[in-house]
Write a protein of this length. Structure first.
Length: 299
């Protein structure tokens, strides 16, 4: 136990009582229980409670005020909660796993192992936060870019959720939002400790997706996707694909390349049909094939 320089043999003078009361208050502020303080002075905990009540008007626990202990160039654990959005429990986990910079100062308390009594230099935490934001952006863009390789529209709600989050980070609205699980904690600390080459972040340009045209916009110009075109000119999708790959259907004349999976190719139905017929496509033979396939399917 911490030495509070108390000598039990002193008489109960006014000076002694004042010194004793100050020690009692300081021990209570340091987190010691009433029983622990009472054992120190060889009195009951009720006697200590009466001293706190009569001398200092304290009826409960002395709450820890981090603002009074935090220096001007430091962050407390409560400041980190506000900055990052992590709760106190997870901050403690990060500190144990070394996903958070080591604290530069810790108050000596009865429960000093608690993260509430830790303090960090602002320069260290600011550097760590900058790296957290950078790797968070990389993780968000990685999710978005991977989903756009598959048949997902940019308007897909999970993509939009992360894109809006990415925009808020770019605009500086990151406070309290760094608790997103980017799974990059180890990479952040490796770069923080100069163990790896700093990763250069290059923002992805999503302007083409923001300006993406829908089927309705293409339809205003007489363009339709492959499914609609095959129904309008009564041919199969394989026919469109074969004539497009052979070069009979020309890009920019008969079809245009869309800017997303669902509008991969947009066709002019009338121009496309004329080009296919001029190339020797027979609607009679095609109709006969469809009838034979239909009979085969029934059998």
């Amino acid at each position: 136990m911490k030495n509070y320089k108390y000598k039990a043999c002193r008489p109960l003078t006014a000076e002694y009582k004042q010194a004793r009361n100050e020690i009692v208050l300081r021990m209570r502020k340091d987190g010691y229980s009433l029983q622990k303080i009472g054992d120190r002075f060889d009195v009951s905990r009720e006697y200590i409670r009466r001293i706190l009540l009569e001398e200092f008007d304290i009826t409960g626990c002395v709450t820890f005020d981090p603002k009074e202990e935090t220096m001007s160039d430091e962050y407390s654990a409560f400041d980190l909660m506000e900055l990052t959005g992590y709760d106190m429990h997870y901050l403690g986990i990060q500190l144990k796993k070394e996903w958070l910079p080591a604290s530069t100062r810790k108050l000596e308390r009865n429960a000093s192992e608690k993260i509430e009594y830790c303090f960090w230099k602002k320069t260290d935490i600011d550097k760590w936060i900058d790296l957290k934001i950078k790797y968070l952006k990389i993780a968000l863009e990685g999710f978005i870019n991977e989903r756009l390789k598959y048949p997902y529209k940019f308007t897909y709600y999970k993509i939009q959720k992360r894109y809006k989050f990415l925009i808020s980070l770019d605009s500086g609205g990151w406070k309290g939002k760094l608790s997103y699980n980017s799974r990059r904690n180890q990479e952040v600390m490796k770069e923080y400790n100069n163990l790896i080459t700093p990763v250069k972040y290059v923002p992805t340009d999503y302007s083409k997706y923001l300006n993406m045209r829908s089927k309705e916009h293409f339809a205003e110009k007489g363009l339709h996707n492959g499914t609609e075109t095959t129904a309008m000119i009564d041919v199969s999708g394989n026919v469109l694909c074969r004539y497009r790959k052979s070069g009979i259907l020309k890009e920019g004349i008969h079809y245009f390349t869309g800017d997303h999976y669902f509008q991969r190719y947009m066709y002019h139905p009338e121009k496309t049909k004329k080009a296919i017929l001029d190339a020797g496509f027979s609607t009679v033979i095609s109709k006969g094939q469809k009838e034979r396939w239909a009979k085969r399917g029934k059998n």
